[in-house]
Design a protein around this ligand. Structure first.
Ligand SMILES: *[C@@H]1O[C@H](CO)[C@@H](O)[C@H](O)[C@H]1NC(C)=O
Ligand SMILES: *[C@@H]1O[C@H](CO)[C@@H](O)[C@H](O)[C@H]1NC(C)=O
Ligand SMILES: *[C@@H]1O[C@H](CO)[C@@H](O)[C@H](O)[C@H]1NC(C)=O
Length: 392
């Protein structure tokens, strides 16, 4: 009896060992395949290299219908409204709101380290100011009737004076490691101010609000969502990614008392979940995990909804939430060759996440310098260089 069971155990041990070996083999294979996918040039030397000049690869989505087709930096599809076309009504009644602060890096090292973009030399502070200004440039080009609000630390005096742009100080804790948390707090404080304003002047029209990261380029009239989809209070962008189906870089709020109130309640719940469950998460991801957690706990949404490409509406805690596909409203360069399979012809927002801020500045420079000022050509530039990691 004893012997038998020992034999069984040994046998089991062997099987486990074989399974283990097989698993290790598969995992190492998988990791090397993943690495290959992340590596634009396919060579291990370039894996950590970050470029200080534009590097191009093939444009994803070649041959796919309804995806931008490029020949070099020439777009073969010109369906996009170009920057010279008549968009003078674009953005009427829309306010873009972003959280931005400059870090006084005089204490840290490398603050004087400068880098060239085109003919301009930038130190670290200049660089982040250039990104903010480029963010505003794209908005004002595509939606000239819109306004922009920069929520910021009262302690940082932003050197920014532009038409249709308001610097809006909100008290808070803007240190790097608290910034994502503070961002939600600032959004909530801004919505509270809007509600108070509206109580004081009930007749006054409130503008529709789009909260975004400041490393995005608006490349179409995103304001049209408010007329195209009439029944939502809050809009979020989704993608087909199990761990992070929702991106926090784009949150639209309808400018009605009801819309603002429900958006505020939604964000307060996100804040609560963030502070109680995701404080340990990487400082960049906590808010997205919290948003996904609130959405999932309040609906029966399954992964299937996020794998489709169509917008859909869900009721969450009394708020009518519109889910918009990232591929159109929050398109990210590294995913161009991945799950999005190229760039949809109707893309409205390009998000220069991670080490792609240089590409954002270079794209704007390209648009300004090319004789045709053609936005589709610029999108070809983004599409073919978005998988490269840049120095900032
Ligand atoms: C985009 O351009 C390509 C190449 O000219 C063409 O084959 C394709 O039909 C165009 N797509 C659309 C939707 O117009
Ligand atoms: C551009 O739009 C404005 C406002 O809708 C209009 O008054 C103007 O005539 C348009 N210009 C052109 C060239 O179409
Ligand atoms: C940054 O630090 C310098 C030196 O300590 C100081 O003179 C400057 O006022 C600070 N700027 C901001 C925006 O805090």
């Amino acid at each position: 009896m004893k012997k038998g069971s020992l034999g069984m155990r040994v046998c089991f041990g062997w099987r486990q060992f074989l399974l283990f070996v097989t698993l290790v083999f598969f995992l190492t294979r998988l990791i090397s395949v993943l690495e290959l996918h992340h590596d634009p040039a396919g060579s291990h030397q370039t894996k950590t290299k970050k470029y200080n000049h534009l590097v191009f690869g093939p444009a994803a989505g070649e041959g796919l219908p309804n995806r931008l087709q490029c020949k070099g930096h020439k777009a073969l599809n010109k369906s996009h409204i170009s920057s010279s076309s008549n968009t003078s009504n674009g953005g009427d009644g829309v306010t873009f709101v972003t959280v931005f602060t400059v870090y006084n890096s005089s204490v840290g090292s490398g603050s004087s380290e400068s880098t060239m973009v085109g003919k301009v030399s930038y130190n670290k502070v200049d660089r982040s100011m250039a990104i903010l200004n480029t963010f505003i440039n794209f908005i004002q080009l595509m939606m000239p009737q819109s306004n922009t609000v920069i929520l910021t630390d009262p302690a940082s005096s932003l050197p920014l004076k532009r038409n249709r742009v308001t610097v809006y100080p909100i008290q808070g804790e803007y240190s790097r490691d608290k910034l994502m948390l503070q961002r939600i707090r600032s959004y909530i404080a801004f919505l509270e101010d809007k509600l108070k304003e509206q109580s004081r002047k009930p007749g006054k029209r409130i503008s529709n609000i789009i909260f975004t990261d400041s490393d995005i380029a608006v490349v179409g009239d995103v304001g049209e969502i408010f007329t195209k989809y009439e029944d939502f209070h809050v809009a979020l962008t989704f993608r087909n990614n199990k761990q992070q189906p929702l991106n926090s870089g784009f949150i639209a709020v309808r400018g009605t008392r009801d819309g603002i109130l429900r958006a505020k309640i939604f964000l307060e719940e996100v804040l609560k979940v963030y502070s109680s469950k995701y404080m340990e998460a990487s400082r960049m991801l906590g808010d997205q995990l919290a948003i996904a957690s609130v959405v999932k706990s309040r609906t029966s949404l399954n992964a299937k909804a996020f794998s489709a490409h169509q917008p859909f509406l869900e009721d969450i805690n009394g708020a009518s939430v519109l889910f918009l596909p990232c591929e159109v409203y929050n398109w990210t360069p590294p995913e161009g060759a991945g799950q999005f399979h190229g760039m949809p012809l109707d893309v409205k927002v390009v998000h220069f996440k991670g080490s792609r801020k240089r590409l954002m500045l270079e794209s704007w420079n390209f648009l300004q310098s090319s004789t045709s000022h053609d936005l589709s050509d610029m999108l070809c530039l983004v599409l073919s260089s978005g998988r490269t990691k840049y120095d900032f």
